[in-house]
Every structure is written in structure tokens, then in C-alpha cells.
Design a protein around this ligand. Sequence first.
Ligand SMILES: *[C@@H]1O[C@H](CO)[C@@H](O)[C@H](O)[C@H]1NC(C)=O
Ligand SMILES: *[C@@H]1O[C@H](CO)[C@@H](O)[C@H](O)[C@H]1NC(C)=O
Ligand SMILES: *[C@@H]1O[C@H](CO)[C@@H](O)[C@H](O)[C@H]1NC(C)=O
Ligand SMILES: *[C@@H]1O[C@H](CO)[C@@H](O)[C@H](O)[C@H]1NC(C)=O
Ligand SMILES: *[C@@H]1O[C@H](CO)[C@@H](O)[C@H](O)[C@H]1NC(C)=O
Ligand SMILES: *[C@@H]1O[C@H](CO)[C@@H](O)[C@H](O)[C@H]1NC(C)=O
Ligand SMILES: *[C@@H]1O[C@H](CO)[C@@H](O)[C@H](O)[C@H]1NC(C)=O
Ligand SMILES: *[C@@H]1O[C@H](CO)[C@@H](O)[C@H](O)[C@H]1NC(C)=O
Ligand SMILES: *[C@@H]1O[C@H](CO)[C@@H](O)[C@H](O)[C@H]1NC(C)=O
Length: 650
Amino acid sequence: MSPTFFFSLLCLFSLLLLLNSALSDPRATQAALICENDTAPAAERTAFVANFLATMDAVTPLVSRQRYAAVVNGSGNLTVYTFGECMKDLSQQDCNLCFAKCKTQVLRCLPFQIGTRGGRLFFDGCYIRYDDTYFFNQSVSAEDKTVCGTANYQGNQGVFGDNVVELVRNLSTEAPRRDGFAVGTVTRGNTSVYGLAQCWEFVNGSACEECLAGSVKNLSSCVPKEEGRLLNAGCYLRYSNQKFYDNSTDSGQGNSGNRSLAVILATTSGGFAVLVTASAIAFFLRKRQLKKRRERKQLGALLETVNKSKLNFSYEVLEKASNYFHNSNKLGQGGSGSVYKGVLPDGKVVAIKRLFFNTTQWVDHFFNEVNLISGIRHKNLVELLGCSITGPESLLVYEYVPNQSVHDNLFGGTKNVLQLCWGSRYRIILGTAEGLAYLHEESNLRIIHRDIKLSNILLDEDYEPKIADFGLARLFPEDKTHISTVIAGTLGYMAPEYITRGKLTEKADVYSFGVLVIEVVCGRKNNSYTQSSCSVLQMVWSLYGAGKLIDAVDPSLEGNFNVEEASQMLQIGLVCVQASADLRPSMSTVVKMITRNHEIPQPKQPPFINSTSTEIGRGGPTPSRECRSQQDSNTQSSGNDMTESWIEPR
Ligand SMILES: *[C@@H]1O[C@H](CO)[C@@H](O)[C@H](O)[C@H]1NC(C)=O
Ligand SMILES: *[C@@H]1O[C@H](CO)[C@@H](O)[C@H](O)[C@H]1NC(C)=O
Ligand SMILES: *[C@@H]1O[C@H](CO)[C@@H](O)[C@H](O)[C@H]1NC(C)=O
Ligand SMILES: *[C@@H]1O[C@H](CO)[C@@H](O)[C@H](O)[C@H]1NC(C)=O
Ligand SMILES: *[C@@H]1O[C@H](CO)[C@@H](O)[C@H](O)[C@H]1NC(C)=O
Ligand SMILES: *[C@@H]1O[C@H](CO)[C@@H](O)[C@H](O)[C@H]1NC(C)=O
Ligand SMILES: *[C@@H]1O[C@H](CO)[C@@H](O)[C@H](O)[C@H]1NC(C)=O
Ligand SMILES: *[C@@H]1O[C@H](CO)[C@@H](O)[C@H](O)[C@H]1NC(C)=O
Ligand SMILES: *[C@@H]1O[C@H](CO)[C@@H](O)[C@H](O)[C@H]1NC(C)=O
């Protein structure tokens, strides 16, 4: 076999695999999202969200193993109960896809601003619910819902209605007797109706019966609509004029792969068909061989073979490398997922990011993005080594950067002042600026980071900075809800035009960078949402007005810093946080300013964020009394700061 031919075969394998996954239907469409009104008190949100995230981390591997999961985390009134389950007719692969998307979307109830303490999301293929009270014994609740379709049945509505009633009656008696699951159809003449009933795994026979008891009455109220869904705490029943379920006997055991292959073979012709046939034979040979080794994960294993040398990692390898995502290997928790340290079989130490966000679009978008982004290399950017998209969760593999983040070094438990002497801080600021300039202006992609902050700047063995998490923002759908914005940026670092108008340009990163510069020089966080006297930005601006910029420098440096450099650095910081995006310099200009190859302009007024109204207020250069003193509320990250804690609960 010539190498070219072999390569074509490999490409075809991947194509087939992708088509295979595209042809099945995970039914990841929303039937209803029910959020509770009850909200956590502000002081408890941090802990509640952390527990919520812990249950979300725990639930996916269980669902991918046993198709349902019930997990609990936390104690007392901060306990979070989470349950997830797939419909029993879905293949395991479709189950994973549906559940991954469901998990993403249930966040819309999440305790970000409103602090909602419970939510349920019904998809047609899967279900997820979280709550702060025990509900694993509940089959009906006050929030139960019947949701009818929008279109009327086109045809004999009388017959259709009779069919619905008969079908629903049948399903609701059958399901409790058959392990909580039944599908069926009723046809009279040319009028058919199809249905599926399922009770959740924790619901026993008698409770299942109770749960479905009202279904005939409730769902017949939907007739003559084409569709109706009963969405209860303990069960789900759907009828439709379309067959939507999969009643093939062995759903998901690779037969859908054969089916899709047959479709492809039937629709291709000519020389291409020869190639396809050849690859199909190789495909089956390879498949049989793999089946012996490990049946379940054939997709991952094959993709691994196809793309071994490149970016693709197998889920199992990464799972093992991180000791099954053991808590002791956890490096941190970010808005987009948890990060674990892992040791690959060849001994290489890596950081594995377990993404919270994982949707079916990943298969389409992700490979491209990773390929493109992985082509980006710069000494001040954390290198992306690869990814795994075939397992139950999407994972990103990064180079391991040993000395934690600048945030940990400045404000962590063991304050590491020795390493962060003035020289280190200067190098951190310069390196970060160079990395950003590369992302904005030199890389072929023109990447806006959107989430520049101290905890995203990691330090290598020489305490050189490396920017983490770049490019991730590209993966979020353009603007679905406020979630993407909230997750993508941390308030206090977010440019005013981005907060108020969602306007996103490189200048938003320049703003965040300005905040970061000021924080690094002052050794103080810009907690614009705490009740404390005033933000560090405000303080530096006031001192600038008073001509005493040097007073703002971190007192823990004990005067060991270059006065001229420090004051220039603060001025650069102020230039970067100017309210007008147009006035902010580009990052390459910033690099020139830092290295004294460019004049630093006089900064205009920076925006200030009013801590109660989230409006952009105006603070004048007249120093207020509190703003002169900087030691107040120093280095304390506020537990009440919901935004911060959601992004990084610690
Ligand atoms: C939630 O609260 C709003 C206003 O307080 C109320 O109108 C609504 O009925 C409540 N919903 C639930 C499910 O309790
Ligand atoms: C909750 O999650 C944390 C973090 O994953 C874990 O350390 C802890 O053991 C969990 N608690 C319970 C009660 O499962
Ligand atoms: C939760 O419990 C803590 C201490 O156990 C208590 O201070 C707090 O008020 C409780 N919150 C609610 C909403 O009951
Ligand atoms: C479920 O369990 C909770 C706590 O154990 C209890 O308060 C509640 O009454 C139970 N509900 C049902 C329907 O059994
Ligand atoms: C079924 O579950 C309900 C509620 O969880 C419980 O009250 C009942 O005793 C259970 N019945 C059986 C036969 O286990
Ligand atoms: C069903 O059959 C009846 C006559 O038997 C016909 O009038 C009607 O148009 C048909 N409906 C559909 C949807 O084909
Ligand atoms: C409905 O249930 C009855 C009795 O269990 C059975 O005879 C009948 O075939 C069922 N109909 C359908 C459409 O499943
Ligand atoms: C569903 O049926 C139950 C019991 O028959 C009833 O209490 C409830 O209001 C009904 N719900 C809807 C949405 O019709
Ligand atoms: C699946 O359902 C369709 C229509 O309801 C039916 O014709 C077919 O025989 C069923 N297949 C199996 C394997 O039960």
C-alpha cells in the first residue's frame, strides 16, 4: 500500500466515523427548563456553586457508565442533589452527547445572579435535575408540567385523539411493569401516533404508576396538537405523530455504524466507490480486531490510531493519567472546567482541562479549532498539546506549568513574595504583554482572549509568565445567553463597553491587561464589587492626580523596586484602562512602552464600576480620603463576590 493511498484510507475512516456519529439522533432538544424561585443567600452562593460544580463533575462519568446517576455533595443547607438519566432507547454514544448538552444548558438556572437553588431540564433524549433538597424519592411535584406542541394534527383529529388516549393509557400501564420504560404506537387507518414513557431510575414500580396516573387526563388536553409531553419529577411521557424513538432491539451496539456505512456505499459511485469499498473492508477488519480488545470504545480507539502522532488523545489514557480525575490531582477550577495534573504513560507531565461545556457542535467545530489553535506557539502562551473528543467529556491537554498562577503567588495561602520581587513582576507584565500582542496581532487567527486575569497567567520554572486558556472563548456559541459572556469574562476585569454593550474587540483585552498591571504593581485585587472603600483602580487614579503614583506600589516590596519603572508601569496601566476603547493603545504599542521604545501618553479618566448598581460611574482625580490609604481590605478576596467565586470557587 502506497503511503498516499494509506493516508486517503485514514481520512476516509475519520470521515466515516464523523458521519456515523452525525447520523444518529441524540434527541438533544429541549422539552422544558424549569428553574426554581428559591435563591441562595449571597453569603452562601460560593459554597453552593462549588458543591453544584462538584456534582456536575461526578455525574457525567456515571451516566456514561450506567446511563443514570444520582450524586450528592456538600452538607447541611448547602447540600446539592443532582440526578441525570438518558432515555433507555438511546445508544450510549447518543446518551453521552445528549447529556453533555443538557448539562451545559441547565446552567441557565444556575445560581449566578439569582442564586437559583434548583432546576430541571427535560430533553427528549435525557434529563437532569439539581436541587438543594432531597428529591430522589419524589415522583410528582408542584412544578410538574404538561407541554403541548404548537402545530395541530393535519388529518382526522377525532381518530388521532382516540389513538392518543389509547396509546397513553397503554404506555402508562406498561412502563411500570417493564422496568419503567415502554414505547409503542397505535394506528387506525392512516392515522398513527407514537409514544415513549419512562420513569427515572430511582422511581419504583408503584411510584412510577403514581407518576403516570394523571397522564391520560393531562395529555389528552393536548389533542389535537401533533405532540404532547408530560414532564414530571419522576417520569416523562411523550406522544407524537412522528416516530421519534428507536425500537431496534440492540440500540447502540455499533449497528448504526453499519447502517451509515451502507448508506454511504449506496450513494457513492465510480472510482470513489472503489476507494470507499477498500476502506470499508479495512474498516471492518480493523473493527473486528478492535472488538476483541475493547468493544465499547471503538470510536476513540480508531480515532486514536488515525491520529496518533497528532493532537488526539484517548479518553482512557487521560483518565488514567489523572488517576481518574482524582481530587488530589486537581489544579484548579475555572469557569470553563476543572483542571487536573496528569502523567502520561511516557512520563510527560501535562495539565488536563475537563470542559464543562460540551455540546454536539463540538464534533464539527472543535477539531478545527484545536488544529488551528495548536498551531499557535509563543513563549508566553501555554501550549495546547491536544484534546480528546470521543469520550463522554471533552478534554483539552496542555503543557504543565509548575509554578501556579500569578494570583496564587500574590494572594495564595503562602504568600510568595520572594519570587515576586520587582524584577519578577516586571517580567510578568512584559511577558503577558508580549503574549497578548502575539495573540492579537501576530498570530494568523487574531484571537481575543476575553478572560485576562491574574489566575490565567501561569508561571513556569523560571517564573516567566504564560497565558492560559486563550482561544477557548472562540468555542462558545456567539451569543446564546448571558452565560457565555459571564463565563468568558470576570467582572472587575471587563471593559465597560463589553459589560454594557457586549462590544468585543482587542481593546477589551487591553483593558483587562491594564487592570492586571495595576494589580501586580500594587499587590492588590481590583474588587470592584465589594463594599470596601474603593477599588485599586480608583486609588491609583487618585494618586496619579495627586502626583504620588509611587505610593500605590505594593508595600510588601518594602521599597525594593525601581521607582521610575514602577511609576511608568502604573501609568501604562492607567492608559490601558481608559474609558474610551479608542484611546487605549494596541498591545504591540504597550510592549514598546514597557521597553521604553514608545512614549507613554497622559491617561484620561478610567471608568469606575459602582459597586451597588453596576453602572459605570465617574470618579474624579480628586483623591478621596479612603483612596489614599491602600492597606485597607488588602489582598482579601471577598467570599460575597459571586462573580469571582463562580469563575473560580476556591
Ligand atoms: C416565582 O416568583 C414569581 C414572582 O415572585 C412568581 O410570579 C412565580 O409564580 C414564582 N414561580 C414559582 C414556580 O414559584
Ligand atoms: C464533594 O466534592 C468534593 C470535590 O469534588 C469532594 O472532595 C467531596 O468529597 C465531595 N463530598 C461528598 C459528600 O461527596
Ligand atoms: C444555613 O446554615 C447556616 C449555618 O448552618 C446558617 O447560618 C444559615 O442561615 C442557613 N441558611 C439558610 C438559608 O437556612
Ligand atoms: C422524601 O424524603 C424526604 C427526606 O427524607 C422527606 O422529607 C419527604 O417527605 C419524602 N417524600 C416522599 C414523597 O416520600
Ligand atoms: C416505592 O417508593 C416509594 C417512594 O420512594 C416508597 O414509599 C415505597 O415504599 C416504595 N415501594 C416499594 C414496593 O419499594
Ligand atoms: C386518510 O385517509 C382518508 C380517507 O380514508 C383521507 O381522506 C385523508 O386525507 C387521509 N389522511 C392523510 C393524512 O393521508
Ligand atoms: C394496549 O394494551 C393492550 C392490553 O395490554 C394490548 O392488548 C394492546 O395490544 C396494546 N396496544 C398497543 C397499541 O400497544
Ligand atoms: C395533570 O393531572 C393532575 C392530576 O390529574 C392535575 O392535578 C394537574 O393539574 C394536571 N396538570 C396539567 C398541566 O393539566
Ligand atoms: C419498531 O416500530 C415500528 C413502528 O412502530 C414497527 O413497524 C417495527 O416492527 C418495530 N421494530 C421492532 C424491532 O420492534
